[in-house]
Design a protein around this ligand. Structure first.
Ligand code: GLN
Length: 273
């Protein structure tokens, strides 16, 4: 028995509704597209096509995984950030659209102010470092405390054909030299946030999420340590939780400003010592 692509998408959407809510239709399309090997945007060109029995069973397995709470990104194994492809798996946090603001801000500064070198701390999947390297063509050094995250970031640098220097390091511990821009999306969830994690987020590494009791542990360490690593007129860009702008800014004895993401939430702190 085979069924049409549009019927398959409709059935998958109905099954996904309990876990995916408003995103059910979009996730159904992404799953069907991945299995039949079509570009999601071009899926409807294939509506006349039939989904084979083997493909129906593969889609069924993916839906079961998704219904158990596993994030779609981990199931598909690839996700887009800044319009670039990234491998994603349990080694690192899934790239968030909100984090594109951090990458975009760094890219803009590099383009407009002729900055040349960038250090990306807590690089995780490497999505920020790879985007900066690929789009702004700056020389990027990327570090993470997790060797597993770094191996994923390295695969993403290869996937996007960029040359990045990777260093396994607990923040600045193993870093040498000075940089024009330092970017960091550190773990910043509080103890309370960790107790109320969405099911999907609980599949992601705790080390990439938990920022200590009040979520600010890593910012405190960065505030104490970053200055020797910035060139004169260098800039530090930090992703922050939507309620953390003031508390993080107060840790730094430097001029700072806040940028908001597409949802209107404070998301990036720009620090210019
Ligand atoms: N923005 C992530 C979330 O809310 C948290 C990521 C982080 O701690 N850097 O799921």
């Amino acid at each position: 028995m085979t069924i049409s692509v549009s019927e398959m998408v409709r059935l998958a959407k109905i099954r996904l509704e309990p876990v995916a809510g408003e995103e059910a239709a979009q996730q159904a399309k992404l799953i069907v597209a991945a299995v039949i090997g079509a570009e999601p945007a071009a899926l409807m060109v294939h509506t006349w096509a039939q989904v084979t029995e083997e493909q129906i069973s593969m889609i069924g397995d993916i839906l079961d995984q998704r219904l158990s709470g596993e994030p779609l990104q981990y199931i598909l194994g690839e996700w887009s950030f800044m319009g670039l492809p990234f491998y994603v798996d349990e080694r690192a946090l899934i790239p968030r659209q909100d984090t594109e603001l951090l990458a975009e801000t760094a890219i803009k500064l590099i383009d407009e102010h002729n900055k040349k070198t960038c250090l990306d701390l807590c690089t995780g999947s490497g999505c920020v470092a790879v985007s900066i390297s690929k789009i702004a063509k700056a020389h990027v050094t990327a570090s993470d405390i997790s060797s597993e995250a770094l191996s994923l970031a390295q695969e993403n640098a290869e996937l996007n054909e960029v040359d990045i220097s990777f260093i396994e390091s607990d923040l600045f511990e193993q870093i040498d030299g000075k940089f024009d821009i330092i970017t960091c999306n550190p773990p910043y969830l509080t103890k309370e946030d960790m107790q109320n994690l969405q099911k999907e987020v609980s599949f992601e590494p705790e080390i990439a999420l938990f920022g200590g009791e009040d979520g600010l542990d890593i910012y405190r360490r960065i505030a104490n340590e970053y200055k020797p690593y910035l060139n004169p007129e260098g800039i530090l860009l930090l992703e922050i939780g939507s309620t953390q702008a003031e508390s993080v800014a107060s840790l730094f004895d430097a001029k700072s400003s806040v940028l908001s993401d597409l949802g209107g939430n404070p998301r990036v702190l720009v620090i210019e010592p």
